[in-house]
Ligand binder design. Sequence first.
Ligand SMILES: Nc1ncnc2c1ncn2[C@@H]1O[C@H](COP(=O)(O)OP(=O)(O)O)[C@@H](O)[C@H]1O
Ligand SMILES: [Mg+2]
Length: 444
Amino acid sequence: MIAPADWNRMAANIQKLLRGEKKGPSEYTGIRKDGSTFPFLIFPAVIVRDEKPVGLRGAIIDLTERKRMEESLRKSNLRLAEAQRIAHIGNWEWDIDSREMYWSDEMYRIAGMPAQSIHGTYEKFLEIVHPEDRETIKETVKRAANKGTKSEIGHRVVRSDGSVREVRQKVEPIYNDAGRIVRVIGIVQDVTEQNSAERELQTARDLLLQSEKLAAIGRLSAGVAHEILNPVNIISMELQILQAMESLSPEVVEELKICMNQIGRIVTITENLKQFSRVPQKKMAMADINNVISHIMILYDTQLKIEGIETEIQYCPDLPKTIMDKEQIGQVIQNLISNAMAAMEGKDKKVLRIALEKETMNEGNDRLKITVADTGTGIKNEHMSKIFDPFFTTKGQGKGTGLGLSISYGIIKDHGGEIWAGNNQWGGATFYIRLPIRNDVDET
Ligand SMILES: Nc1ncnc2c1ncn2[C@@H]1O[C@H](COP(=O)(O)OP(=O)(O)O)[C@@H](O)[C@H]1O
Ligand SMILES: [Mg+2]
């Protein structure tokens, strides 16, 4: 009945039992009549006669069923752990009386620790919660423990390496049969990737909306600009006729001059508008962005010196040439530089930093990145989403048209690139441009 492989062990165990060296049950493998095997336990008792052990009797328990249950429990635990790992969902269970806390393996992983590496306690649990969110979590668990409140909250977890994860956490009470709350359980899902994907999607949507809006405004303004320029030209001509008249008093001459100046402004703005809405006559050709920038810097050299602005230009000599309309790209850079100069007016420390970089992406998709940073006023948060809108300006009457950035936006989009802005560590603004590096002339 006993499997041959267990014979020696059994014989040794019997000797030990008779000598009194061993007590308690042993597990062996049994062989059924049909040849199949099964695990069983023997609970032995020594038969003693005249104070001498003369034999053994024992009770046998078939372990087949228990083993099967253990195995299936082990398997479902494994499956649960696997599911948790894949879904980034961890769970914990806090026993209110003993203050013991169980963490599933995935909980440890969410916290950036090897599974079961520390003894889970409520205090340890609070430690991994972002300090700013700790009070909220404490409150939530307390409410579940005291009042039986179920909640779901989003908060942050700080890993031991300092990185921050975003999680969603469900907290619920567990009652015993007497209706008393004995445990609080939590289910924690790491939603960092999900959230950042959502944010990216939102940014993409915003950008799309922005370009749709610009396209619509572009079409509108083309018509408007044309309509305005005609009467303005007539007014301008009439004014010139008036100015040419003799016998005008000096006051009238002065007033006419003001009118002519203002007409000049209308023309500038309208021309700008036309450029903004113009169906671009792109002159696409291979160009080296290093040269585009260095030419512009020569243009601005004197002006920058007069205004006391230091410059730090970081060229990137190994950038390959790429296809662009260098006039237009130059126009964008000039817009950014003149905005930066305006933003630095009156500042003590004025530095204009321009950097060129190559971003290596998966093969054949390299991009070039242009960064223009200043030490000016920076951009207010509430303005961030508007600065690329046409006519958005914070500059005084007669100073800004609010068209520079929206024109730039259109040009960069036309080149298949991206432009965006942020504030920097010097208190100023940084504008980023990313352009695809292409060397194939295709007009699609
Ligand atoms: N470098 C910068 N620093 C701070 N604010 C900026 C900067 N560049 C642009 N802005 C903000 O964006 C607005 C729009 O810029 P732009 O489209 O060039 O129009 P404008 O220069 O005529 O105002 C500016 O009025 C300003 O508020
Ligand atoms: Mg401007």
